[in-house]
Design a protein. Structure first.
Lengths: 117, 113
C-alpha cells in the first residue's frame, strides 16, 4: 500500500517550453501533496505544498507563476514548469499524505528528472 | 531554505562494520524521520520517531530522537553492500493540517565488500 507514482520519469525539453509532471497516489487519497526539487548531490528542498481544491502554498523564493501547481482531485497533483530554462534542470520529487493516516508520514514518488536544453 | 546538518557528509566502510550518523538542528522538531535514497529514485522511509528520547529499531537500523528535540542519530549494524545510498534525516514541523518536512544535508554511505 501507500504507493505514489510520477509521470514522466524523465523528460528532456527545449528552453522556453513548458513541462507538466504528474503525481498520483495509487491506493490512497491525499488532500495534501508536496513538491520537492533536488539538484545533483544535494538534499531535497520543499518547493510547495499542494492542497486539494485550493491554492498551493509556495516556499520562500519559489516563483508561483513559474511553477504552476494544480491539485484537482484527491489522487492527482500536477506541477507545470513554465518557460523552462537550463537552470530548471533538476530531479523533481512529489510526496503525498494519506488522509486516513496520522497526517505525519509522507509517501514519496520515484521522481522525475527534467533536463532543459 | 532551512536544512538540517548531517554528519558525516560521506563515509566508506567495510562490509560488516557498524555505521553511525547524526543530524542536528538549531530548532525543535516534533517528529524525526530517517530516509534512504538510491540513485535516481525517491526516498524511502526507514524509521520514524515521535517522542523525545525515543529509541526505535527496524532490523539492523536503530535511531534515537534526541532529548532536546534538536537532534537524532541513526545506527546501522553489520553493514552489507545494499546499504549503499544516501541517508537523509527529516524533521517535521508545523501544526495539524500544515505539517511539512525539512530535510537534512544527507550522508552518503559506500560499503566496501
Amino acid at each position: 500500500g501507500a504507493v505514489v507514482s510520477q509521470h514522466p520519469s524523465r523528460v528532456i525539453c527545449k528552453s522556453g517550453t513548458s513541462v507538466k509532471i504528474e503525481c498520483r497516489s495509487l491506493d490512497f487519497q491525499a488532500t495534501t501533496m508536496f513538491w520537492y526539487r533536488q539538484f545533483p548531490k544535494q538534499s531535497l528542498m520543499l518547493m510547495a505544498t499542494s492542497n486539494e481544491g485550493s491554492k498551493a502554498t509556495y516556499e520562500q523564493g519559489v516563483e508561483k507563476d513559474k511553477f504552476l501547481i494544480n491539485h484537482a482531485s484527491l489522487t492527482l497533483s500536477t506541477l507545470t514548469v513554465t518557460s523552462a530554462h537550463p537552470e530548471d534542470s533538476s530531479f523533481y520529487i512529489c510526496s503525498a499524505r494519506d488522509v486516513a493516516g496520522t497526517g505525519i508520514e509522507q509517501f514519496f514518488g520515484p521522481g522525475t528528472r527534467l533536463t532543459v536544453l | 531554505g532551512q536544512q538540517l546538518n548531517q554528519s558525516p557528509q560521506s563515509m566508506f566502510i567495510q562490509e560488516g562494520e557498524d555505521v553511525s550518523m547524526n543530524c542536528t538542528s538549531s530548532s525543535i522538531f516534533n517528529t524525526w524521520l530517517w530516509y534512504k535514497q538510491d540513485p535516481g529514485e525517491g526516498p524511502v522511509l526507514l524509521i520514524a520517531l515521535y517522542k523525545a528520547g525515543e529509541l526505535t529499531s527496524n532490523g539492523r537500523l536503530t535511531a534515537q530522537f534526541g532529548i532536546t528535540r534538536k537532534d537524532s542519530f541513526l545506527n546501522i549494524s553489520a553493514s552489507i553492500p545494499s546499504d549503499v545510498g544516501i541517508y537523509f534525516c527529516a524533521g517535521q514541523k508545523g501544526t495539524s493540517g500544515t505539517y511539512k518536512y525539512i530535510f537534512g544535508t544527507g550522508t552518503r554511505l559506500k560499503v566496501l565488500a
